[in-house]
Design a protein around this ligand. Structure first.
Ligand code: ADP
Ligand code: MG
Length: 561
């Protein structure tokens, strides 16, 4: 089967999009390849088609986003292509079943989250899997100097060495500065440099910066950010609009003022899906909104706060106008943003003594004594930790990330831990408990659906409605079952036994702090300057120096008069 035939047969698309064919060809020729395609450019096809061109063999897909992973697996299954996923939060049994399926069944895709690559069990089985290629999605996460570094991505090169034969690796990302692109290829042990990229220019997107006055300023003329925001959206009624803000509280506040929904990671996954699907006007959100937005007709993306980096800005702003029709990316900027940026640096890089303090307090909180804890993994509720130990929340998060980079712990932010249940009383005694009809029905369905639920905690599948939750809680109160409701906790794993002292190498602290400041600085330059075409300026940051003036940004327009 040719690549084009595979595209048509399996996916029903007539043609490859620009560059997809070149990327597929490169992979099929066995070359390591770094592909830079904008969000929505169709990166998934680039590893799915080469895998399916052959009649058998497994593609190992490394991707950090569990939600997207589940989506893709569903999508493939709908097309009768066997695919499986392994991620933290699945039970050991579930993971084992997934791997065994790939080992013995006609599976074509195995999606894994990068931290799974560290598991000994997974590594042992890896050599036995019929892997024909490795795809690394969101490959910019591998770069320590990039804006979204994930330490577990560094493990990807190690698994290359564990495979019995050389297979091509395809790295995919929508954003990479020249340094990051270089870094990706090095870290993934590319046998020869090979980058396939498309211009990131977006002709239909106009970049604008609106200068506002400070929020408390009642004297000067002009609008505050909130007033400007109201003004702008009032001029675009009936349009799909995204307003990005930095924190959850502000998202809720502004949604109240604009009378529209908000979206942030504090909402339950079900609620988030519901809001995303119902969305047809303005949405105020944090950067939790974005992964998997597939609405092509977003007319306007407004940033209420200065983003952390040009990469983040470009990605988020780029969600406007995917249908090719005119669209706007507006950044609101006020004099006070300068000071806020300073504070952001301080919040992200708290003093070393503070980081050490967080290390010891976290260990104490989790009852890990000096010299112990190696390999132990804990659910961690940051709010409780901070409350008990009197730590400031924001900086504590940062400290835990720094400790991860320095190799003391592995800290992962909030994720879903599915609910678990075990039945504690023998079946034949259930009658003695005088259960309600609902309780009885639920218990019977548990026993039917989850063999072994009498002897060990079982993860519950499917949605747990409020009614089911109530019934389970009622049963647990009477000790008929053990019920661990779903929690959204962070996870901390001790990668070394607890140390008495913490040392943060320059690599893990100053160098990252510098890179962070540089990115912020570039973002401020973008906001403050009024002499260069904004599109050109952004693109030059990604190494594209030959893009023409856009003619539609505020700078270009003011030059035209
Ligand atoms: P990315 O990962 O680059 O953001 P995706 O792989 O999620 O993009 O693809 C975005 C959308 O484009 C998907 O809905 C996908 O099915 C569609 N798509 C990809 N390639 C093609 C193609 N050759 N023809 C038509 N639609 C395509
Ligand atoms: Mg993608």
């Amino acid at each position: 089967m040719t690549a084009l035939e595979a595209l048509q047969t399996y996916f029903g698309y007539e043609q490859f999009r620009p560059l997809q064919d070149k990327i597929v060809e490169s992979v099929l020729a066995g070359k390591d390849t770094l592909a830079l395609l904008p969000t929505g450019g169709g990166k998934s096809i680039c590893f799915q088609v080469p895998t399916l061109v052959h009649d058998e063999g497994l593609c190992l897909v490394v991707t950090p986003l569990i939600a997207l992973m589940k989506d893709q697996v569903e999508n493939l299954r709908r097309r009768d292509i066997r695919a499986a996923a392994i991620y933290t939060g699945m039970s050991r049994d579930q993971q084992r079943v997934a791997i065994d399926n790939c080992m013995f069944g006609p599976y074509r895709f195995l999606y894994v989250s990068p931290e799974r690559l560290e598991s000994e069990e997974f590594r042992r089985k890896l050599a036995e899997l019929p892997i024909v290629m490795i795809a690394v999605d969101e490959a910019h996460c591998i770069s320590q100097w990039g804006y979204d570094f994930r330490p577990s991505y560094l493990k990807i090169s190690e698994i290359r060495a564990l495979l019995p034969k050389q297979v091509p690796i395809l790295a995919l990302t929508a954003t990479a500065t020249p340094e990051v692109a270089e870094d990706i290829q090095q870290q993934l042990l590319f046998r020869a440099p090979n980058v396939i990229r498309q211009s990131f220019a977006r002709e239909n997107l106009s970049y604008l910066v609106r200068y506002c006055k400070n929020s408390q300023d009642t004297h000067s003329a002009g609008r505050t950010k909130t007033e400007e925001l109201q003004h702008i959206v009032s001029r675009m009624p009936q349009s799909r609009i995204i307003v990005y803000v930095r924190n959850r509280k502000r998202a809720e506040e502004l949604a109240g003022i604009l009378g529209c929904p908000y979206y942030h990671a504090g909402l339950s996954p079900e609620e988030r899906t519901r809001r995303q699907e119902a969305w047809d006007g303005i949405m105020v959100c944090t950067n939790a909104f974005g992964m998997g937005i597939d609405k092509p007709d977003v007319r306007l993306v407004i940033h209420y706060d200065l983003p952390d980096s040009p990469e983040a800005y470009f990605q988020e702003a780029g969600r406007a106008g995917r249908d090719g029709q005119p669209a706007y990316a507006v950044l609101l900027y006020a004099p006070e943003d300068k000071a806020k940026v300073q504070k952001r640096v301080a919040d992200n890089y708290p003093p070393r003594e503070f980081v050490e303090d967080v290390y010891h307090k976290t260990a104490d909180f989790l009852c890990v004594g000096a010299g112990s804890g190696l390999g132990h993994s804990f659910a961690l509720h940051i709010d409780e930790l901070c409350h008990t130990m009197r730590l400031p929340v924001l900086q504590t998060y940062s400290a835990l990330h720094l400790l991860t980079q320095a190799g003391y712990i592995d800290f992962q932010e909030e994720q879903d831990n599915q609910a678990r249940v075990m039945v504690n009383v023998p079946l034949h005694t259930l009658r003695e408990y005088q259960l309600s009809g609902e309780q009885e029905e639920l218990l019977h369905s548990l026993l039917r659906k989850y063999p072994g639920v009498m002897t060990e905690l079982k993860y519950l599948h499917g949605e747990i409605t409020e009614t089911i939750h109530q019934t389970l809680t009622g049963l647990a109160a009477r000790h008929i079952i053990t019920y661990i409701p779903r929690t959204r906790a962070c996870r901390v794993t001790f990668v070394q036994e607890r140390q008495t002292e913490v040392y943060l190498p320059r690599q893990a602290y100053e160098k990252r702090e510098d890179a962070f400041k540089q990115r912020l600085h570039a973002m401020m330059e973008y906001a403050e300057q009024t002499s260069y075409c904004r599109s050109q300026l952004l693109l030059s940051y990604f190494g594209e120096t030959d893009a023409p003036c856009c003619g539609t940004c505020d700078v270009c327009r003011s030059k035209k008069g």
